[in-house]
Write a protein that binds this ligand. Structure first.
Ligand code: AP5
Length: 214
């Protein structure tokens, strides 16, 4: 495969962000995460960010038109011309159709499969750096020094607002109802590849790269 228009598909906490960052580095393409973009808008307190926060904190999806607009602008930037790895988009059939209307058909969609039990355990132990966005897990990948980011040295890691038990439950429900239908959507287009999202992060990366380069 010469072009790398990729997308990570999976439940909340499946490891999409962790793996998308690694893939972006390995293939020298931008990592485009709608979750990160929405959290940035929320942090800056923009009108869109404030509205999105209401949906995100409750574990619901932000309306399609908002997310489609953000992604369209981002993918029009120069660094995305040679490919990209989408993380968290598309998340509904209308979003997938909108991406196709932009003329951006995906070369490979990687489904990262994990059980709902694994999701709950991962999200309950996740911590992230409010300064650079690095993600840790209390047991699977703790920072070298407690509460200090390995990457930028920021002191004080945080727990995402939507990693509370009620919101996790709601996010899983949204995933099964609104996002999982994309598995068949992309299988029908012949671009779906599935990997097991359990095991070491390095093993998961190796399985994904194998599928991407196949
Ligand atoms: P988003 O930020 O996309 O959240 P998500 O899909 O719920 O996914 P997460 O970021 O929680 O998990 P992940 O799969 O990236 O896992 P991670 O690598 O962090 O979206 C947040 C919200 O924004 C949505 O709920 C919605 O409201 C809104 N939104 C975003 N996009 C939207 C869209 N397109 N349309 C509408 N609304 C949208 O890993 C999780 C944890 O597990 C970490 O602690 C990590 O260290 C650990 N871990 C990773 N891999 C492993 C492994 N192999 N073994 C053990 N632990 C592991």
């Amino acid at each position: 495969m010469t072009s790398y228009r990729l997308m990570m598909l999976g439940a909340p906490g499946a490891g999409k962000g962790t793996q998308a960052k690694r893939l972006a580095e390995e293939l020298s393409i931008p990592h485009v995460s709608t979750g990160d973009m929405l959290r940035e808008a929320k942090r800056k307190g923009t009108e869109m960010g404030k509205k999105a926060a209401e949906y995100m904190n409750a574990g619901d999806l932000v309306p399609d038109e908002v997310v489609i607009g953000i992604v369209k602008d981002r993918l029009a930037e120069e660094d995305a011309a040679g490919g990209f790895v989408l993380d968290g988009f598309p998340r509904t059939i209308p979003q997938a159709e909108a991406l196709e209307k932009m003329g951006l058909e995906l070369d490979r969609v990687i489904e990262v499969a994990v059980t709902d039990e694994e999701v709950v355990s991962r999200l309950s132990g996740r911590m992230s750096c409010p300064s650079c966005g690095a993600v840790y897990h209390q047991e699977a990948s703790p920072p070298k020094e407690e509460n200090v980011c390995d990457q930028c040295g920021h002191e004080g890691l945080i727990v995402r607002e939507d990693d509370q038990p009620e919101a996790i439950k709601q996010r899983l429900e949204s995933y099964h109802r609104q996002t999982a239908p994309l598995i068949d959507f992309y299988r029908d287009r012949g671009v779906l590849a599935s990997v097991e999202g359990v095991g070491s992060m390095d093993d998961v990366t190796a399985s994904i790269l194998e599928k991407v380069k196949a």
